[in-house]
Design a protein around this ligand. Structure first.
Ligand code: NDP
Ligand code: OXD
Length: 309
C-alpha cells in the first residue's frame, strides 16, 4: 500500500513533504525515484506523462490533484476503468474568485490601459465603468463558479450562471442547457468560462457564441485552452465586437512565443496560475480518500466517466 506522485512541474517535493507530514504510515513516492510498483494503489497525478500509469499493476484509484481532470481522460493509456477523483477545495475556489474579480475590476477601471499609458508616459484620463451597471455571466456553476457568483453579488454585480442542472443561488439567475444559452449570452457583459473541458464543452468559446454577446462584451477564460477557438477570439476582438479578453489558459502551455495573443493589445494574459491547489488545504482530502480506498468506502469528489467531469 503506497501512493505515487506523478507530475512534471517541479512540485513533487512539496506534495511529498505535505503528504508525509500528514500521514506517517502511508509510504509516498515520486514516480522519478526507485519505488516498488506493485505496492502502489493510488496515483496522485497532475498532467502526468501519458502512459506512466501503466507501470502500476495494482493501482486502484487515480487521484487528480487539481479541479480539472481533462488531462487524465486525454491519456489514452490510462486505466480509465478505475475510480477517478478530483480536488474540490474552498481555498482553490476562493483563489479563483479573487483572480477573476481582479481581472474584471482591472477592465472596468481601465487599469490595463493605464499600464500601457505609463510605459509610454501618456497622461490620459478615461471614463470608467461601474460595477452596478454590469452583468457577469458564468459558464459553469460548479465548485468554483458558485463561489465566484456569490462573491460577485457581494461586490454589487448582477450575476447569472449557466450549467447542466438548475442552481439556486440568491439573486443569481440560473440558465440551463443549450436551449437557455442564447438568453444567457444576450444579457452577459462580462463572460467567465469555468466549465470543465469535455467533449461537449471543447471549442464552446467560438465565433457563434461571441456573436450572441452584446457588443463590447469582455471575455475571461480561466478554465482550459481547449474551450477557446483562438482565431475566433482574435477576429471578434479585431472587428470591435468584443472589447477585450483575460486569458489564463491556452491550447499549448507555455504559450508558444510566436502566438498572436502575446502582443494583442486587447488580450490580458496570466500563465495558468489563477488558482492552484494548496497542499496544506488539499492533502487532508487526498489522505481521507486513501483511507476510504483501503477501507472499501465510497470516495470523495468522484469524477463521472459519462459526463467527463
Ligand atoms: P465542477 O465540475 O464543480 O463544475 C463544472 C460546472 O460546469 C458545473 O456547474 C456543470 O454543471 C457545468 N457544466 C459542465 N458541462 C456542461 C455543459 N456541457 N453545459 C452546461 N454546463 C456544464 O468544476 P470546478 O468548478 O471545480 O472547475 C471548473 C474548471 O475550472 C476545471 O475543470 C478546470 O478546468 C478549471 N480550473 C482552472 C484553474 C486555473 O488556475 N485556471 C484552477 C482550477 C480549475 P452541473 O453543475 O449541472 O453539473
Ligand atoms: C486545476 C487547475 O484544474 O489548476 O486545478 O487548472
Amino acid at each position: 500500500m503506497a501512493i505515487v506522485i506523478i507530475r512534471q512541474d517541479g512540485k513533487i517535493p512539496e506534495w511529498k513533504e505535505a503528504l508525509s507530514a500528514a500521514s506517517s504510515h502511508v509510504p509516498i513516492y515520486s514516480y522519478l525515484e526507485e519505488h516498488p510498483k506493485e505496492a502502489i494503489d493510488m496515483a496522485l497525478v497532475w498532467k502526468h506523462p501519458p502512459g506512466t500509469l501503466r507501470a502500476y499493476p495494482n493501482l486502484k484509484c487515480i487521484s487528480g490533484s487539481g479541479a480539472g481532470v481533462d488531462f487524465i481522460f486525454e491519456d489514452k493509456e490510462a486505466p480509465l476503468h478505475l475510480p477517478i477523483t478530483r480536488v474540490v477545495d474552498q481555498v482553490l475556489a476562493q483563489d479563483m474568485s479573487e483572480h477573476v474579480i481582479g481581472v474584471i475590476l482591472a477592465y472596468l477601471k481601465n487599469l490595463y490601459t493605464y499600464k500601457v499609458d505609463q510605459a509610454n508616459r501618456t497622461w490620459k484620463p478615461l471614463p470608467y465603468k461601474r460595477i452596478e451597471d454590469y452583468t457577469v455571466g458564468i459558464l459553469g456553476m460548479g465548485a468554483l463558479g458558485i463561489v465566484l457568483a456569490k462573491d460577485l453579488v457581494r461586490f454589487g454585480f448582477k450575476v447569472q450562471g449557466w450549467s447542466n442542472s438548475r442552481k439556486k443561488v440568491e439573486t443569481v439567475k440560473s440558465f440551463v442547457g443549450q436551449g437557455e444559452l442564447p438568453d444567457f449570452l444576450g444579457t452577459t457583459q462580462v463572460l467567465v468560462c469555468l466549465l470543465p473541458l469535455t467533449q461537449s464543452t471543447a471549442g464552446i468559446l467560438n465565433k457563434a457564441l461571441f456573436q450572441q454577446l452584446p457588443k463590447d462584451a469582455f471575455v475571461i477564460n480561466v478554465a482550459r485552452g481547449g474551450h477557446l477557438v483562438d482565431e475566433d477570439l482574435l477576429e471578434m476582438l479585431d472587428n470591435g465586437h468584443l472589447s477585450g479578453a483575460g486569458l489564463d489558459v491556452y491550447h499549448k502551455e507555455p504559450l508558444p512565443i510566436s502566438h498572436p495573443f502575446w502582443e494583442h493589445p486587447k488580450i490580458h494574459m496570466t500563465p495558468h496560475y489563477a488558482s492552484v491547489s494548496d497542499t496544506r488545504s488539499v492533502v487532508p482530502q487526498i489522505l481521507e480518500n486513501y483511507r476510504r480506498l483501503r477501507a472499501g468506502e465510497p470516495l470523495l469528489n468522484l469524477v463521472s466517466k459519462e459526463r467527463g467531469y
